[in-house]
Design a protein around this ligand. Structure first.
Ligand code: ADP
Length: 477
């Protein structure tokens, strides 16, 4: 079995065998590799390397950094099938979807490589004739990135590509469930000629590594995607050294279908939004609200589309829904379904886990008669459960959609321009998909309102997160 070393300061460092963490294929429960269980010492070594590399990297021109990032992009593109297969094995998503994620992840590298060339400063008119006022943008310094298992490639590139393009260096801790994709990216970064210490990847004890980075004054920015609970812990921990913080946390996306929607389009987009990665994304539709006048038609068509989805090992051709990540995810599905059934919900299709090759499979599930008191209407299920509720008026559905501490993505289906604009403006969400179930792209800002997070990834907004603003006031002699 493969023992994967960690990547620090341009070197591949082996761990001793007694401290390995197993990486499991969720489609069959087999251990596919092991990774080192690093702690505070290795976390500090990674920061030493990133800090050491900072001066050289930040002093390169943006064009020089862009060239290296574009080289990395090219190698990832050439190896996208290989990376996709690694991802499917450790994470479970179907191979085509995994290759799609690699392409998406890579789009952040090429977009930010170019955007790094457009980090403009300002000149400001002075109040005195012998003064000149300048504003410079400079890299924040060493960036620590902690990423989740559901997008093993994209959550890394969305953070490190803008950071590196801006002149920062990075220490990265991927989720221990899916570290192999991260190490493959590191191997290609090395091959692309990205200097040692600029991009470091370690795995291990999340709490120990997180604390070491939080306490280290040289780390000037923490960027995190994961649960709201861990995000809050990191935000508190960042206070002692007043680091910049970006957080992309949980969501609870409403998907609203108005009576004037194109129903077929709403169904296909709602399927794409709900069942991508078997429902394990923070922007997956969690609650579907359908106008009462079209609810029966929508639910019938939606159910038929769900019944046509093929569940299986992501490496098998034609699979559309892979396994969930682990047993805990299955338990959460069961818990949400039991709770909904007790509160008057009805299963239209699915509802059970699937005994398939010893993997963590669950039937894609549609639940009707959903009500706002159900767990699944308030907490992220992070699985293939689509609860459908009905509504009567626009005001009512906006109020219900906003009645949550979360505010990441919301989806609206209507053919009325006026309604589309009114609803989009009133939704307290960072992302609104209007007749669009899959809105995220490299050039647009991604992030949440309320407890869904702080800061934005993607777009020119995404690179701002890695820049300091320096004001220079010049008195002429
Ligand atoms: P999920 O529930 O989706 O696994 P988590 O927030 O637990 O989300 O995990 C996201 C990332 O945060 C992972 O890389 C995980 O190892 C890391 N993590 C978990 N707990 C901590 C912690 N206390 N400090 C720092 N990182 C953590």
């Amino acid at each position: 079995m493969k023992v994967q070393p960690v990547y620090v300061n341009g070197e591949w460092i082996e761990a001793d065998d007694s401290t390995l963490l197993a990486v499991v294929n969720p489609a069959n429960g087999e251990v596919i590799a092991s990774v080192p269980n690093c702690g505070a010492d290795e976390a500090k070594r990674a920061v030493d390397a990133a800090y050491e590399a900072l001066a050289g990297w930040s002093q390169k021109t943006a064009a020089e950094r862009a060239e290296l990032l574009q080289q990395w992009y090219k190698l990832i593109d050439q190896e996208k099938e290989v990376i996709g297969e690694i991802m499917t094995r450790e994470q479970g998503k179907p191979l085509q979807e995994a290759i799609g994620e690699v392409t998406y992840a890579n789009s952040f590298i090429s977009w930010f490589a170019e955007e790094g060339k457009r980090i403009y400063g300002e000149t400001i008119p002075a109040s005195h004739e012998n003064k000149r006022l300048l504003v410079l943008k400079q890299p924040v310094g060493v960036v620590a990135a902690i990423t989740p298992w559901n997008f093993p490639a994209a959550m890394i590139t969305r953070k490190v590509a803008p950071a590196m393009a801006a002149g920062c260096t990075a220490v990265v801790k991927p989720a221990e469930l899916t570290p192999l994709t991260a190490f493959k990216l590191a191997q290609l970064a090395e091959q692309a000629g990205i200097p040692k210490g600029v991009f470091n990847v370690i795995t291990g004890n999340a709490k120990a590594i997180g604390e070491a980075w939080l306490q280290d004054d040289r780390v000037r920015k923490i960027t995190f995607t994961g649960s709201t609970e861990v995000g809050k812990t990191l935000m508190r921990g960042a206070a002692d050294t007043v680091k910049k913080v970006s957080l992309e946390l949980g969501g609870h996306a409403p998907l609203i279908v108005f009576e004037d929607a194109n129903i077929d389009k709403a169904v296909s987009e709602a399927i794409a939004s709900k069942y991508r990665n078997a429902g394990q994304t923070c922007v997956c539709a969690n609650r579907i609200y359908v106008h009462e006048s079209i609810a029966a038609t929508f639910s019938e068509k939606y159910k038929a589309a769900v019944n046509a989805l093929k569940v299986g090992d992501g490496l098998e051709a034609g699979t559309q829904i892979g396994p969930l990540i682990d047993e805990r995810a299955i338990k959460k599905m069961e818990n949400h379904i039991d709770d909904a059934l007790q509160k008057g919900g009805r299963i239209e299709t699915g509802g059970k886990k699937l005994a398939l090759n010893g993997g963590f499979f669950f039937e894609p599930t549609v639940l009707i008669n959903a009500t706002d008191d159900m767990l699944c209407m308030n907490e992220e299920t992070f699985g293939p459960l689509a609860p459908i509720a009905t509504f009567t008026s626009m005001e009512e559905v906006i109020q219900r959609a906003n009645n949550t501490p979360y505010g990441l993505a919301a989806y609206v289906f209507t053919e009325s321009l006026s309604k589309a604009i009114q609803v989009s403006e009133k939704l307290e969400y960072g992302i609104v998909g209007l007749n669009d179930g899959v809105p995220s792209v490299a050039q647009a800002p991604f992030g949440g309102y309320k407890q869904s997070g702080l800061g934005r990834e993607g777009g020119h907004h995404g690179i701002e997160e890695f820049l300091e603003t320096k004001y220079i006031s010049i008195a002429l002699s």
